[in-house]
Design a binder for this molecule. Structure first.
Ligand code: AMP
Length: 443
């Protein structure tokens, strides 16, 4: 199937040819005709599947076909996104695909001054990409009016709920015209998302391009058991040993990000961070420098886990496991994009066994383990695996307070109580991660 078969107009086909997209991805094949026909849509698609183009292309086509442009302070389409980074990225996609079309696009998000955004809105914007909080600010100041709005896109709806935007979304739903097209994209479909879709969508076309809660198949994932205090050393060793180029590294806390970057920079490695405490301008600068290849290691918290569109990123490293298992899927979605192959490596210490078990339960698979010689942990990483029956809660969780710990894991309490001892290697499940060709195991 070609893009032309989907009924896209000549200027869009030309833009796609220039970008070198060979053919529509599955989500594009399924979504574009329905969106062009004005249908509501509920799509289960994670980043990396081409979901942005799946809504951007038909929206651009529909808006360009109408003579009327957005009136002052008005918008004709609204794309709600969870993060500033995603807002920038989605806007850039619209501008790239819509080059040459008489459709304006603008992104409004928090963390930057409100005034320029209010000024820009005066001229009207055909497609506004916005984070919910900032949009409410603009709306309450009368800088945005919704009377001309035809289409609402909820991009990464699950993430918006995770980040606590449910109330903001309710306020916005009250303000938006009831008669509209609504497109909902979400990597995962929780019961909350399903009930939102039920309440807000009209007879939606339902598409699912990857089974629920699965990671991209093109990503090779494995776990490197290690001691917590040796993670930086191990990361530096693996980077050198395996000849990694640019790597996106995920760390649990902002403080952890800054510490790791400090240690990398002390070793003259070009590294930078993206996390919520950094001003938006610095976050964008770090991302741009990473994209331009000036920064080798980008260290991020989960704020950056979604919406980062970085071409050809072969490795993602989980320096810490995420507290929410679903974030693991989003994190590793930064590699193996649009069919390319990628590696997702998790450095896991004994404390993180419950988090690993939760991830394995979500993935319904046991992740391969591959210890690095010389870095075998002295605190054994307990055996883990997907939960088969009722979750087995820890007696005394060492991490995570009252957090529920789904999944199977053994020996956690033993570990907490016992004196550190030399590990017996945890039995390695089949399917051990391959070593890149031509990269001998260094010592
Ligand atoms: P997304 O899932 O929207 O985050 O897109 C992931 C990446 O796939 C982006 O870098 C897009 O530029 C790219 N992409 C989108 N559609 C296609 C396509 N049909 N062929 C090749 N690459 C694509």
């Amino acid at each position: 199937m070609s893009f032309a078969d989907l009924g896209l107009s000549a200027p869009l086909l030309q833009a796609l040819a220039q970008l070198g997209y060979p053919a529509p991805t599955p989500v594009q094949q399924q979504a574009i005709p329905g969106v062009l026909a004005g249908r509501d849509l509920m799509a289960a698609a994670q980043t990396g599947t081409g979901k942005t183009a799946a809504f951007a292309l038909p929206l651009l086509q529909r808006l360009a076909a109408e003579e009327q442009r957005a009136g002052s302070n008005s918008i004709r389409a609204l794309v709600l996104v969870p993060t500033r980074e995603l807002a920038e990225q989605v806007m850039t996609s619209f501008r790239t695909y819509g080059e040459g079309l008489p459709v304006s696009c603008y992104a409004a998000y928090g963390g930057v001054s409100l005034n320029p955004q209010m000024m820009r809105m005066r001229r009207g914007v055909d497609i506004l990409v916005a984070t919910p909080g900032r949009l409410i600010d603009l709306f309450t100041k009368n800088a945005v009016k919704f009377r001309e709005l035809q289409t609402l896109v909820l991009d990464e709806a699950d993430r918006m709920l995770d980040l606590g935007f449910a109330d903001d979304l309710d306020i916005l739903f009250q303000a938006l015209p009831k008669k509209r097209q609504t497109l909902l994209f979400s990597a995962t479909f929780s019961d909350e998302i399903r009930s939102m879709a039920k309440a807000r969508l009209r007879d939606p076309l339902s598409i699912e391009v990857s089974p629920r809660n699965t990671a991209a198949k093109t990503v090779t994932q494995w776990v490197v058991p290690c001691d917590k205090k040796r993670k930086t050393e191990l990361f530096l060793y693996m980077r050198k040993d395996r000849g990694w180029g640019q790597v996106l590294v995920f760390v649990k806390t902002k403080k952890g990000c800054d510490e790791l970057v400090g240690r990398l920079q002390a070793k003259q490695i070009a590294a930078d961070t993206i996390h919520g405490d950094r001003p938006q301008a610095s976050r964008l600068k770090a991302l741009e420098a990473f994209k331009a290849g000036e920064v080798q290691i980008l260290v991020a918290t989960d704020v950056a886990a979604r919406g980062l569109d970085i071409d050809d990123l072969p490795q993602v490293v989980n320096f810490d496991l995420p507290l929410q298992a679903e974030d693991y899927i989003h994190r590793i979605g930064r590699t193996g994009r649009a069919g390319a192959s990628g590696e997702a490596i998790s450095l896991v210490c004994a404390d993180e066994a419950p988090l690993l078990a939760a991830i394995e339960t979500l993935l319904k698979q046991t992740l391969s383990r591959d210890e690095e010689p010389g870095f075998e942990p002295s605190h054994r990483l307990p055996q883990t695996g997907p939960a088969t029956g009722a979750p087995k809660p820890p007696k005394k969780p060492k991490t995570g307070g009252n957090r529920k710990v789904p999944g199977n894991w053994e020996g956690f309490d033993d570990f907490a109580a016992a004196k550190p001892k030399r590990p017996g290697n945890a039995p390695r499940p089949a399917g051990r991660a391959p070593r890149p060709a031509g990269k001998p195991r260094g010592r």
